[in-house]
Design a protein around this ligand. Structure first.
Ligand code: COA
Length: 232
């Protein structure tokens, strides 16, 4: 065993693990800061991408949209969705439920759209015109879904169970339609204006009327986004 005296620097190195990054010695605290900074940057980048794809979706589905800036500044549907995303994030934090409800109430006041903070909403969700949309606590909505004003994804039971609809991907729900209860709406479904849906709808169907009746258009026979200019 060596009895050679160790120098102070070597002793410090043995006590505190150091890392060489580009020739510099970094303490663990510095590495932590660096990682937090990278995570923060990643979060901001993802957020910006999500906002950009929301705006692109709105431009594609609203023929009245003039420019991206106009959509960002004036679309109550987008504002409601962004507000909901913030409220949903708060809802999932310990102690975040009251602030989430308060935020959702503020968003409702500003946009006329009431989405419970617990509702799960997919990517590129677009609400045209905003006003009068209600989405309940246990609702689940897939990606690329579009709803018009006055749509309700509501419950039919007072029990604290899954009581709101589950909506698939690429679904369009016309103005004033009500989808009630824990029904399953498949992918690529179109629900007509003012329809009332109380039963499951298989993928690819068009549902209209009260209670909604189903028909199955030929593939490619129906636009994914129904041109609102036709109906306004
Ligand atoms: C349901 C919908 C997607 C069907 O579109 P489509 O396949 O092009 O339908 P068509 O116009 O060919 O109509 C097919 C049949 O369904 C009927 N129909 C269409 N929409 C209906 C509705 N909302 N409620 C009841 N019946 C409806 C039509 O009268 C027609 O009946 P017929 O075969 O007896 O003549 C569309 O009518 C709709 O309601 N879109 C919502 C649009 C909206 O909310 N716009 C708001 C803009 S602000």
């Amino acid at each position: 065993m060596s009895t050679a005296p160790r120098d102070a620097g070597a002793e410090a190195t043995a006590r505190t693990p150091l890392t060489l990054v580009r020739g510099e010695e970094r303490q663990p605290a510095q590495r932590h800061t660096r990682r937090s900074y990278a995570a923060g940057l990643g979060f901001v980048r993802t957020l910006a991408q999500r906002v950009a794809e929301d705006v692109t979706g709105a431009m594609e589905r609203d023929p009245a949209a003039g420019s991206r800036l106009e959509v960002v500044l004036t679309s109550p549907g987008l504002h409601a969705v962004w507000g909901h995303r913030a409220a949903h994030a708060l809802w999932r934090l310990p102690g975040g439920r009251l602030p989430a409800r308060l935020l959702a109430t503020g968003v409702r006041f500003a946009t006329g759209v009431e989405i419970h903070p617990a509702a799960r909403i997919g990517r590129r969700f677009f609400i045209d015109h905003g006003m009068g949309v209600v989405i309940g606590e246990t609702a689940e909505v897939g990606d690329d879904v579009m709803v018009y004003h006055g749509v309700t994804l509501g419950g039919r039971s007072m029990a604290r169970i899954k009581r709101h609809p589950t909506v698939g991907n690429r679904v369009t729900i016309g103005t004033g339609a009500r989808v009630l209860g824990p029904v399953e709406i498949g992918d690529d479904v179109q629900i007509g204006a003012n329809s009332v849906v109380v039963k499951d709808i298989p993928s690819g169907a068009v549902a209209t009327g009260i209670p909604a009746r189903l028909r199955f258009p030929k593939k490619g026979g129906l636009n994914q986004w129904v041109d609102p200019a036709i109906y306004i």
